[in-house]
Design a protein around this ligand. Structure first.
Ligand code: SF4
Ligand code: SF4
Length: 427
């Protein structure tokens, strides 16, 4: 009765760190969700991300399940927690344990096991969506949805699926490089492949300009982060095995991703999910070792080539740090150095540049009423910076911020860092 679940947590190697909590509430002050919804939403005594974890042990897993989606994994709390508690990591662990014990909800199970883990089915559906969306599409966005879906497009346009995915453009954008310095494979991820193929084209242009041979392994698919976020590690392992095989067959020196979420999943999470699998361990480590995030890799190459000199004057550009880029991969200086050196641009910072834009995977769609205030604040900060262009390094943030700008500040353009670099390279 007095213990109330505390001993169970204390004897759990992964969860004993929750006793480092001093109840200082620093994590609550910076949490973008808690600061919007307040404490009552969490249902029991303990609020915020740390509260969700305590609720799982001190109340029940059922109570945890009701509130666990109030953590969007932005990791702001991990920057300030004096107890060094990995709150979002522990929440993901609890989700995985729930799925292991009770399975996935039926709809998610059908989608994950039959669509996301089957590349051909998944990509066929995306191609069909690019046709089915036509009645609602204006250019590269969907501005209005009918009936009960209308709320989703009230203050934000949604991204349209591209007419032609990146994978159908590869033969046109691939250049033959004489004596290449490296053989590089591009991991596109779903968003760059099917929503922003122009970003992928820019990545090819930048890497080929660095005299690298760039290849696109056809069998690559989703990195698996959406299923991992829901706690489905078994489906994620199947997806990971296929991606690893596709890139092993490509026999490359480096694997580049222009999406920090994919880069983190390929580089770090694959190793974690196969940690207890001796048959996969060596293969995963070899694969993960080759994975690099685009902007940090290119900044390194440009620095070696003396191409990182600051420029003065030009279009004002500011930068939004994606949560996974800054706090997941620890990359925030490199994209700024690239932007400061980009001809025709003048870099300026904006307020709260590293605060979540409110997309956070399915959260941005499922919890529109929470996602929209976060996006509105981001758009206000971009406008207040005086920038004419907002640069991003993450295609998921690009979807969200592009949609907000389209409705709230259409004069401001959004570009991936790769696009800005590619503009300065002659064809
Ligand atoms: S910041 Fe860390 S120590 Fe402070 S309340 Fe949150 S989890 Fe506890
Ligand atoms: S990771 Fe972000 S959303 Fe989750 S508890 Fe921490 S600050 Fe809140």
């Amino acid at each position: 009765m007095l213990d109330n679940g505390r001993l169970k947590a204390a004897h759990d190697d992964k969860f004993k760190e929750i006793f480092n909590c001093l109840r200082c509430a620093s994590c609550l002050n910076v949490c973008p969700v808690y600061t919007l919804v307040g404490g009552h939403v969490y249902g029991h005594i303990y609020a915020g991300g740390i509260g969700a974890i305590l609720t799982a042990f001190l109340h029940s897993m059922g109570d945890f399940e009701k509130i666990n989606e109030m953590c969007i994994g932005c990791r702001k709390c991990t920057e300030v927690c004096p107890g060094k508690i990995n709150i979002p990591g522990l929440i993901e662990e609890l989700r995985a344990r729930t799925v292991k014990e009770n399975g996935l909800p039926f709809a998610a199970k059908v989608v994950f096991e039959n669509v996301l883990s089957n590349r051909k089915v998944f990509h066929t559906l995306l191609r069909l969506a690019s046709v089915g969306q036509k009645p609602f599409q204006s250019g590269n966005v969907i501005r209005h949805l009918p009936l009960f879906l209308a709320g989703m497009t009230k203050d934000r346009s949604l991204p349209a699926v591209a007419d032609k995915p990146l994978r159908d453009r590869i033969s046109k954008i691939t250049k033959k490089i004489d004596k290449p310095t490296k053989r590089v494979a591009f991991f596109a991820g779903c968003n760059t492949d099917f929503v922003f193929p122009e970003t992928g084209e820019s990545v090819f242009k930048v890497l080929q300009d660095l005299k690298m041979e760039v290849v696109f392994p056809e069998d690559q698919s989703c990195c698996g982060k959406p299923v991992l976020g829901m706690g489905d590690r078994e489906t994620a392992k199947n997806i990971a095995k296929r991606n690893i095989k596709a890139f092993e067959d490509a026999n490359v020196d480096v694997i580049i991703s222009a999406c920090p979420t994919c880069a983190e999943t390929l580089h770090q999470t694959y190793s974690e999910i196969f940690a207890d699998d001796p048959a996969m361990k060596a293969r995963v480590e070899k694969f993960a070792h080759k994975v690099r995030e685009f902007s940090s890799f290119v900044a390194e190459q440009y620095a070696k080539a003396g191409r990182l000199n600051k420029t003065i004057g030009g279009t004002k550009v500011t930068y939004h740090d994606s949560c996974h880029m800054k706090r997941g991969l620890g990359i925030y200086e490199e994209p700024r150095k690239l932007l400061e050196a980009a001809k025709g641009y003048e870099f300026t910072e904006m307020k709260d540049c590293d605060k979540c834009c409110g997309m956070a995977g399915a959260f941005g769609i499922k919890y529109t009423e929470l996602s929209m205030p976060m996006l509105k604040q981001k758009i206000t900060n971009i406008k207040d910076s005086g920038a004419e262009v907002i640069a991003v390094g993450c295609p998921a943030c690009m979807m969200q911020i592009q949609g907000g700008l389209d409705k709230q500040a259409p004069n401001i353009k959004i570009k991936h860092v790769a696009q800005i670099l590619a503009e300065n390279i002659k064809d």
